[in-house]
Design a protein around this ligand. Structure first.
Ligand code: FES
Length: 391
């Protein structure tokens, strides 16, 4: 009978009931200079998914964040194992990357189930990378934490903020109207992507990373830190550390992703004016967790929430501004005060949501409006002040 080992990775590297397999597994993993002592130390092995590559430039910052996360894992007493993710890049992949979300999720599930990994840091960014990670997290249910790469810095062109995705619409209009040359057209679009990071508007990438934080799967305040800020690497270090602690405490995604977490995410999604694609994505993650999110629930929880984040494409500002204004925790703190969130929902921080939001507040009311002075009131308040349903 196999002995009871603390972490599953020890069944590969230190199983007294199967010395031959143990020696073979250790041999392969010692070929980079790792030692038997390390592999048999009983420390948790933390997988770090590398979602950045030349094919996924939105996530290329993870070449740096993964190094910082590895340092965090080691600092907390774990052993980092980095592995690649099937590339997902929304706007380069022909004809579309939707299929890749599921391919990546399936590959992540296989990797996490079949290799010696005790806990995992998922690196995310471009839309589908976050979804694939969350889908795999709930299926495999190993201790897990999401590390976003963060948005690009604010783009600027001819004195205006230039957001990736929104600028192209304006550039097309001006080119067609003869107001811009082809050279201005090209320069404006390039200016909207001024650094490493994912899209800097509240497009699907920033939406889904904000949703991940709202679900409790990322460290509080992490979603909107721009990729180019030093805080991003510091956050990666903390995320690596926290992955080890989560594994030691045996806190798993299904301990965090209950119905109330998804309801919190729906409410937050409305308040930030997130991408409409979040509906299908969040529904898919919930289904993998065995939770149904019917449209009636989206209407009940999301339809009546006012828009308080003034971010492109519906508003004015960009991801860097959002972070400086307080980011997701500032929005959620407003929603919590208004009684719209379940503060008892657990987070990867090991604390309930309400405790994580303590001390967070809006720092720039141009970017994040107070709940009582929204950018756009809830739809039911639009129809001459009357309830739309009753109108
Ligand atoms: Fe990848 Fe927007 S296209 S983040």
């Amino acid at each position: 009978m196999a002995s009871k080992l603390r972490y599953r990775s020890q069944y590969w590297f230190n199983d007294p009931s199967n010395i031959e397999a143990t020696a073979l597994y250790c041999a392969w993993h010692m070929n980079d200079g790792s030692t038997r002592e390390e592999l048999q130390s009983g420390k948790p092995i933390i997988g770090i998914s590398q979602s950045g590559s030349d094919l996924t430039p939105c996530n290329k910052i993870h070449r740096q964040t993964v190094e910082a996360a590895k340092r965090g894992v080691k600092d907390a007493g774990g052993i980092p194992f980095v592995f690649p993710v099937h590339p997902i890049r929304e706007s380069t992949r022909w004809p579309a990357a939707s299929l890749d979300r599921n391919l990546a999720a399936m590959a992540l599930i296989e990797i996490l189930q079949e290799y010696p990994i005790d806990g995992v840091v998922f690196t995310t960014g471009c839309d589908g990378t976050t979804l694939a990670s969350l889908m795999a997290a709930v299926v495999v249910n190993l201790p897990a934490i999401v590390l976003s790469g963060g948005p690009m810095l604010n783009g600027h062109f001819e004195g205006q903020r230039a957001g990736f995705g929104t600028t192209i619409r304006e550039a097309r209009r001006r080119l067609e109207a003869g107001q811009w040359t082809e050279s201005q057209f090209f320069d404006a679009i390039v200016a909207s992507a001024p650094s490493l990071g994912h899209c800097n508007t509240m497009g699907a990438a920033l939406t889904m990373n904000s949703v991940s934080e709202a679900l409790g799967m990322s460290l509080t305040g992490s979603a909107a830190i721009p990729a180019a800020y030093q805080e991003r690497l510091q956050n990666a270090f903390e995320t690596g550390k926290r992955a080890v602690e989560l594994t030691e405490q045996n806190i798993r995604p299904l301990d965090i992703l209950g119905r109330e977490a998804f309801e919190n995410a729906i409410v937050t999604l409305s308040a930030i004016g997130g991408s409409s694609s979040a509906h299908q994505h969040l529904t898919a993650v919930a289904r993998h967790a065995g939770i149904d999110l019917p449209d009636a629930l989206w209407m009940e929880k999301g339809y009546t929430v006012p828009l308080i984040a003034n971010l492109q494409p519906v508003g004015e500002f960009l991801g860097e501004d959002f972070h400086r204004a307080g980011g997701v925790p500032a929005v959620m703190a407003e929603l919590c005060k208004a009684g719209l969130l379940n503060g008892n929902s657990m987070t990867v921080g090991g604390r309930p949501l309400a405790a994580c939001l303590k001390g967070h507040a809006i720092k720039d009311e141009r970017v994040i409006r107070p709940f009582g002075r929204p950018l756009r009131a809830a739809p039911w308040q639009h129809v001459n002040g009357e309830d739309e349903a009753g109108a």
